[in-house]
Design a protein around this ligand. Structure first.
Ligand SMILES: C[S@@+](CC[C@H](N)C(=O)[O-])C[C@H]1O[C@@H](n2cnc3c(N)ncnc32)[C@H](O)[C@@H]1O
Length: 215
């Protein structure tokens, strides 16, 4: 019997963190996160920052040296050991404080996530964003408008897609998910297109809607 998505997710990421598997965890440095997510100017010294997907954690350690108030959200409790002193860590987006973060960063996480998980994450993270805040997130889009996309947890090839960071989302669908969580897409940048894999790598900057504007 192949593992369920929940089993795969838990076992895969716990193992990767226990073994410090840099292939699975990517290991992007702080400069790579700031440049790809286009948030250099938003990382001011006493900003409250939420880091989604700890990875090797070096980027978070370096951010702590800049005097930011740091939280992290990761599916694996093992990743919590990589956090700097005086920071906060949770595995559950529902535990995040409300109206709190100036900046939220997510690089190479959404392409591993089912739609169900990403929607849960959006619900918690957008609630936790200040009205003036920005949630910068990297995701993948299909290049071909006719390409089959299925990010449900019961989909046929979900294990392959999640493992290979291949969860794809059309721009309109992504924007709807953000809206359902009380946010809006301020801007989307196409970072790279791969004609071989038929994907676009995109970075969205998400803001939070005023409470009475979600009509
Ligand atoms: C490929 S690594 C990327 C890490 C880092 N941003 C980088 O670019 O080096 C993915 C990280 O996201 C975490 N992760 C995977 N699925 C997640 C989920 N559903 N919710 C939160 N974190 C998740 C993993 O444990 C891992 O730390």
């Amino acid at each position: 019997m192949p593992p369920t998505y929940e089993e795969w997710k838990r076992d895969n990421w716990n193992k990767a963190h226990r073994e410090s598997d840099i292939t699975a965890l990517t290991g992007t440095g702080l400069a790579g996160h700031l440049t790809t997510l286009e948030v250099n100017s938003l990382l001011v010294p006493d900003a409250s920052v939420l880091c989604i997907g700890v990875g090797m954690g070096v980027w978070i350690q370096d951010m702590a040296k800049r005097g930011c108030n740091i939280w992290a959200l990761d599916v694996s409790p093992v990743a919590g050991a990589r956090m700097p002193a005086n920071s906060n860590f949770t595995t559950n987006p529902r535990d995040l404080p409300s109206d709190y973060f100036d900046l939220v960063m997510s690089l190479w996480v959404a392409p591993h996530m089912s739609d169900h998980d990403l929607q849960e994450q959006f619900n918690g993270v957008i609630r936790s964003l200040k009205l003036t805040g920005t949630f910068a997130i990297h995701y993948k889009e299909p290049l071909d408008s006719k390409m089959k996309v299925d990010n449900r947890e019961g989909a046929d090839d979900e294990f392959f897609q999640a493992r290979s960071a291949g969860m794809l989302r059309r721009r309109k669908h992504f924007a709807n998910m953000v809206f359902w969580a009380g946010g809006y897409v301020k801007q989307t940048t196409n970072k790279q297109s791969s004609y071989f894999y038929q994907i676009i790598e995109a970075v969205a900057h998400i803001g939070k809607l005023q409470p009475d504007s979600k009509e």
